[in-house]
Design a protein around this ligand. Structure first.
Ligand code: PEP
Length: 253
């Protein structure tokens, strides 16, 4: 982490927590993170709890992101949610291209690029997820895959707005498996992503925040956030418990 970039600890709740459970979580989290004011804290609840979480975190440092959005303003898209619907709730940002959405719902780099661009034109911040499969890493195609995901994902964003995107490097083999990337693997991939962005714009590469995600937990948070090119964490499982999530926030400070 460079001192010029504020660390971010973001919790992706996936399809977990009713509104009542989310309220209980936030009451447990807020008192634990009041002093960690050098860290940006993000929670990503399911759609149904977004409004309640925006209300319950108002006035605190916790930001609320959605886990998914459609790039179209409105229309016959059953089950989808638009940017305007999230803006109306005062949501701060959206996770785009999580590997579960890519894998289970066939989201691809081209459709994700449209979402990133639509978000840049809105009040919502995009958090774009990228990462290779184990087979791609073993086959030596990890860099090619990351290049494709990052360059296509950012292709519709003007160079002077790239730093407004946050990127999460999430090796798919490390997500929900308990198998965290080693510090060397995480640093190497985050540095590679930063170098890719430098090909577009050197100043954006210096400013953009790149997070690591994949079995991050309180025990490895400080080491990962201490890496030169890692500016924080996107956390799944360990973000569901307020005490363990708060420990990671404090470790990043
Ligand atoms: C994630 O799904 O973004 C993630 C990083 O999950 P976990 O921390 O559970 O591996």
């Amino acid at each position: 982490m460079s001192s010029s970039r504020r660390p971010v600890i973001a919790g992706n709740w996936k399809m977990h927590k009713t509104i009542a459970e989310a309220e209980q979580f936030i009451q447990g989290l807020l008192p634990r993170v009041t002093t960690a004011d050098s860290v940006d804290v993000v929670i990503c609840p399911p759609f149904t709890a977004l409004g309640a979480m925006v209300d319950s975190t108002r006035g605190s440092r916790v930001e609320v992101y959605a886990q998914h959005v459609n790039d179209q303003p409105e229309g016959a898209f059953t089950g989808e949610i638009s940017i305007a619907m999230l803006e109306e709730l005062d949501v701060h940002g959206v996770i785009i291209g999580h590997s579960e959405r890519r894998g289970l719902y066939a989201e691809n780099d081209v459709s994700l690029a449209k979402k990133v661009a639509a978000l840049i034109d809105s009040s919502l911040a995009p958090l774009l997820c990228v990462g290779e499969t184990e087979a791609e890493r073993d086959a030596g195609t990890m860099e090619a895959r990351l290049r494709e995901q990052v360059t296509t994902g950012l292709s519709e964003v003007p160079s002077d707005r790239i730093a407004e995107v946050t990127i999460a490097y999430e090796p798919i083999w490390a997500i929900g498996t308990g198998r965290v990337a080693t510090a060397d693997q995480a640093q190497e991939a985050c540095a590679f992503i930063r170098a890719l962005i430098a090909e577009r714009d050197a100043s954006a590469a210096e400013q953009i925040r790149i997070l690591y995600g994949g079995s991050a937990k309180p025990e490895n948070a400080a080491e990962l956030v201490g890496l030169a090119d890692c500016d924080g964490l996107l956390v799944g499982g360990a973000s569901l418990d307020p005490a363990s999530f708060a420990e990671m926030v404090v470790a990043a400070g």
